[in-house]
Write a protein that binds this ligand. Structure first.
Ligand SMILES: [Ca+2]
Length: 275
């Protein structure tokens, strides 16, 4: 009787060890509508500088202003090129449905200049220390209304990433830019299961004036443990080792149990009086 209890306990443990990684893997692909969280703090620029950081460029060209806004009373205004305003957060796994939205307004000062909003979303690929970008350029120039292409890192100069262009946008109107971050990264870097995002940088890459408002990067508030483990692996291969060990331990115990059961079966048939 005691042996039987032990046997059941053993099988339950084996079942848990085997099923846990399978369940985690399945939950990665089957994600119900989980609650979302916005990683950008005050993307509407209504609470002052807050967590936004100003680059080392002259502050007079980058400012939170109350002259124009898409929502609320304030927005970010960048005059001329080469200026930036950024916000970083702790590395966050890109779960399916991770979404980027922002509003931008382009303004020409003398009708000769070419204002361009340039928005960077930083991301990391699995087990790779290079910080990649999704670079989104919004212009009012002619050309394809939308184009998208991946680019490789250039050592010492350019990070790798995906370049996205939205052209033919009118001057003086708020334009909504909306992208599925997980789709874009997976499309151009298909062999990386666990990308992570770490922050945004907002620039004006032309001349003229560029405004930004209502910046948001939404992702699942509950980070899938397996995806989180993938991000952890980026920092420390211990995560990978632990996961690999769990899977192999689970499988080996499973096969042991199957073997044990196969050995027991003929015995129990031949000795029914033992029961
Ligand atoms: Ca606002």
């Amino acid at each position: 009787m005691r042996d039987r209890k032990k046997d059941i306990a053993f099988r339950v443990i084996v079942l848990i060890i085997v099923l846990l990684p399978i369940a985690l893997l399945a939950s990665y692909f089957i994600q119900p509508d989980l609650p979302k969280v916005d990683l950008v703090d005050d993307g509407g620029f209504e609470q002052g500088k807050g967590k936004w950081l100003l680059g080392d460029q002259p502050a007079k060209n980058v400012s939170i202003v109350d002259e124009l806004s898409h929502n609320g009373t304030h927005s970010l205004r960048i005059i001329g090129g080469g200026q930036g305003f950024n916000q970083d957060w702790a590395l966050r796994a890109v779960t399916p449905g991770t979404h980027l939205v922002f509003f931008t307004l382009l303004e020409s000062v003398d009708r000769q200049d070419l204002p361009q909003a340039l928005f960077h979303l930083y991301f990391y690929l699995y087990n790779n220390p290079i910080r990649y970008h999704i670079d989104i350029t919004v212009t009012h120039e002619n050309g394809d209304p939308y184009r998208e292409s991946a680019f490789d890192p250039d050592p010492g100069t350019l990070p790798g990433g995906v370049s996205v262009w939205f052209n033919r946008n009118g001057l003086g109107n708020w334009t909504m830019i909306s992208l599925d971050v997980s789709d874009i990264i997976r499309k151009h870097f298909p062999n990386n299961f666990w990308p992570s995002i770490s922050g945004v940088l907002l620039e004006n890459s032309g001349d003229g004036v560029v405004y930004y408002d209502d910046v948001s990067v939404t992702t699942s508030s509950i980070v899938n443990p397996l995806v989180q483990l993938g991000s952890f692996v980026y920092y420390n291969t211990i995560g990978q080792v632990v996961f690999g060990t769990l899977v192999s331990l689970g499988l080996s115990e499973f096969f042991k149990a199957v073997y044990h059961r196969a050995k027991l079966r003929p015995k129990s048939k031949n000795s029914p009086t033992n029961r």
